[in-house]
Design a protein around this ligand. Structure first.
Ligand code: MG
Length: 320
């Protein structure tokens, strides 16, 4: 009898622990920005960590609710990023209806699992008209969900901060017409590295904005963290909506020392991050092998080194 009670109690404790650990949105609710921090419905700092899907136009097979479920349950993601390719063939400009369906499968999967989701306008060029149409639709449809975070320009390459800023203000205004509160992530010039330019001239007049900075640890070092420190000191809230451990072309060996330095810096500053990416391309940053099923349920043998390490980082909080 005693044995049965112990088993029952242990099961209950595990169940309760899982219930608390799980369902990040139930726990944190509506997010907002206070100073440089992302905070939850109780005003407590929240640091959301997860992974990005690869470009939807090239890796559509992973854009489904089952993969979201696996990334949450097995990888411990409290957030995922749906990266909607804008410019390439089968991207949003070419195939808007199909593209939205793919992104919505991930959004609806995240809502079902009760985790956060970034709707990422995954572009390297400026396409204001398309962005306004897309975000108007997304904000109207999903803006009442606490799960949603908008990322309005993945990585500007050639535009100045003034150009990115003007574009961002237009898109923010459009989102705010139907969604007054969810967090909006704003890109910075040169693949989200010129955060110091943003810090000298931030967008005024809107709440719940954060700015993105992206790193690939084997390429981007202390100079980029110095820019981040400069921005934080000036009260600029940062989110690392894309990062990984290898060089900026997504290939070559993972530099663990450099990656760990970045992880320490983000932990120290309570900055959340998203690792790139859920894809099976033959390159270091794509975390899956060709053998990986389209709907999660992956064995370790289906993961590449970056997948194994990212999963470990999400599950344990550090890289061994
Ligand atoms: Mg809202």
């Amino acid at each position: 009898m005693k044995h049965i009670q112990v088993v029952f109690l242990s099961a209950l404790i595990i169940f309760c622990f899982e219930a608390v650990r799980s369902q990040p949105v139930k726990r944190h609710g509506n997010l907002s920005v206070q100073g440089t921090r992302m905070v939850d419905q109780n005003g407590s700092t929240v640091v959301l960590k997860g992974v990005s899907f690869g470009w939807h136009n090239w890796w559509p097979r992973f854009y489904n609710k089952e993969t979201v479920h696996w990334l949450y349950k097995d990888w411990n993601c409290s957030i995922v990023r749906a990266a909607m390719g804008v410019e390439p063939e089968k991207g949003y400009l070419d195939s808007p209806g199909w593209s939205e369906k793919k992104i919505e499968a991930v959004i609806e999967g995240a809502v079902k699992e009760d985790i956060y989701v970034i709707i990422d306008w995954h572009s390297h060029g400026l396409h204001l008209k398309g962005a306004l149409a897309f975000f108007e639709e997304m904000a109207g449809k999903y803006g009442h969900y606490p799960h949603i975070i908008y990322e309005i320009y993945n990585e500007p390459v050639r535009q100045s901060w003034q150009e990115v800023k003007s574009y961002s203000v237009e898109v923010i205004k459009k989102i705010r017409e139907s969604d007054p509160d969810n967090i909006i992530l704003v890109g910075s010039p040169h693949w989200c590295q010129d955060i110091h330019l943003v810090a000298d001239d931030p967008i005024e007049g809107f709440d719940n904005l954060m700015y993105t900075t992206h790193f690939y640890a084997a390429t981007h070092g202390q100079y980029l963290r110095d820019r981040g420190d400069y921005a934080l000191k000036k009260g600029i809230p940062l989110y690392v909506s894309e990062c990984a451990g290898m060089s900026a072309n997504g290939d070559g060996p993972i530099d663990y020392e450099a990656w760990n330095t970045w992880i320490d810096w983000m932990d120290k500053n309570d900055i959340g991050w998203i690792c790139w990416s859920v894809a099976d391309k033959n390159e270091t940053c794509s975390m899956l092998k060709k053998s990986a099923g389209s709907k999660g349920e992956w064995e370790e043998a289906d993961l590449k080194e970056s997948g194994i390490k990212t999963r470990e980082l999400l599950r344990t909080g550090s890289l061994k």
